[in-house]
Design a protein. Structure first.
Ligand SMILES: *[C@@H]1O[C@H](CO)[C@@H](O)[C@H](O)[C@H]1NC(C)=O
Ligand SMILES: *[C@@H]1O[C@H](CO)[C@@H](O)[C@H](O)[C@H]1NC(C)=O
Ligand SMILES: *[C@@H]1O[C@H](CO)[C@@H](O)[C@H](O)[C@H]1NC(C)=O
Length: 323
């Protein structure tokens, strides 16, 4: 009798629990294993492929970069984390400072949001207003908040109307060479971004740079820089912002594909350059391309898909831990 109960009830339960445990351990391994580290990248960067070593990058003239970080009103904590990291990096590396006989890059960033919709509560709006006034690093675009309905276009419109026209009037230091679009789930190593843009000085009017994804062979658009980081020369950014595009033509396009398309059909296709090594998704993700070795390395420009806070911890420890 007892044995029967064991066979019928207890044994399936034990088997079930064992399998669950194995499953949980596997999941745990996939999600929480520490970032595998490498001293050298497991792949070759664009510049390496063109015979420029990492140490040679610093011999090129410095660059001026503006970074727009796309974010939404509710992500207060993430904005604050990014703000701390980037301020820290800008200060410790003394970007934006003029130092005699030393070539310093200039890097500015702002958070980019659409207009908050009606669903946002009064409390959130107030908290946001205080944040915005306190830090002065938030730009609200002339468009309702959206993901795939033209936020990128309104960003470049803002860039063309506010950044390019107005700066330089009495501060020539701020005539940016490159305008960057990124998201609040991307980590950017500012130093490496600047260093890798340095050798492009002959392309400053005509560069489109990022991790390029190819499209299907029948598509006339051959590739596009994925939204984790899109770099445009200031001239291209201004041209995109100068375009007149109706609201209906902006609805429902993946923003990164849209940008490549707009560049292509408007003749901005001179230098589309893929950095396929130093820009990548979080190596702990299952979808990560194994060909890249699933590693994190010091020469990294961007790590994307850091959606949850725990994903940031080790990235921060890795890049800032040795200070
Ligand atoms: C890089 O250098 C190697 C060896 O000097 C040479 O064979 C190759 O053509 C160079 N590649 C480029 C893109 O300049
Ligand atoms: C820029 O111009 C404004 C208005 O003329 C002036 O108040 C300000 O001090 C100038 N800034 C610099 C950095 O020269
Ligand atoms: C964008 O428009 C402004 C104002 O109309 C113009 O001065 C500027 O040259 C245009 N920029 C480009 C890159 O076409």
């Amino acid at each position: 009798m007892h044995f029967k109960i064991f066979k019928k009830i207890i044994r399936p339960i034990i088997i079930f629990l064992t399998l669950s445990l194995i499953f949980v351990i596997l999941l745990f391994q996939i999600y929480f294993t520490s970032l595998p580290r490498a001293y050298n990248p497991p792949c070759e960067s664009y510049h390496q492929l063109h015979n420029i070593t990492y140490s040679q990058l610093s011999t090129y003239p410095p660059v001026k970069i503006f970074i727009g970080i796309f974010t939404t009103i509710e992500t207060f904590e993430r904005r604050h984390l990014l703000r701390k990291l980037y301020r820290y990096e800008i200060n410790t590396r003394q970007f934006n400072k003029y130092i005699e006989n030393e070539q310093k890059d200039l890097i500015d960033y702002k958070f980019i949001l659409g207009k908050p919709n009606e669903l946002i509560t009064k409390e959130i709006k107030l908290k946001f207003k205080i944040e915005s006034e306190a830090f002065q690093d938030i730009i609200i675009l002339d468009d309702d908040e959206n993901l795939n309905d033209g936020k990128t276009y309104y960003y470049f419109k803002w860039v063309a109307e506010n950044l390019i026209k107005k700066v330089g009037e009495n501060n020539t230091l701020k005539e940016y060479d490159y305008i960057v679009k990124t998201d609040d789930d991307s980590f950017i190593n500012l130093k490496n971004l600047a260093l890798n843009l340095r050798p492009f000085s002959q392309y400053t009017t005509s560069l489109y740079y990022g991790y390029m994804r190819t499209t299907s062979p029948d598509n006339s658009l051959k590739m596009y820089a994925t939204g984790m980081i899109e770099v445009l020369s200031t001239k291209y950014a201004e041209k995109v912002g100068n375009l007149t595009i109706s609201k209906e033509d902006l609805i429902n396009h993946p923003e990164d594909v849209w940008l490549a398309w707009i560049l292509m059909v408007n003749g901005m296709n001179e230098h589309w350059i893929g950095e396929q090594c130093l820009i990548y998704d979080d190596p702990r993700m299952i979808r990560y391309e194994p060909s890249k070795g699933s590693l994190i390395f010091p020469q990294t420009i961007t790590i994307h898909n850091l959606k949850e806070d725990w994903r940031w911890n080790e990235v921060i420890e890795y890049f800032y831990g040795d200070y």
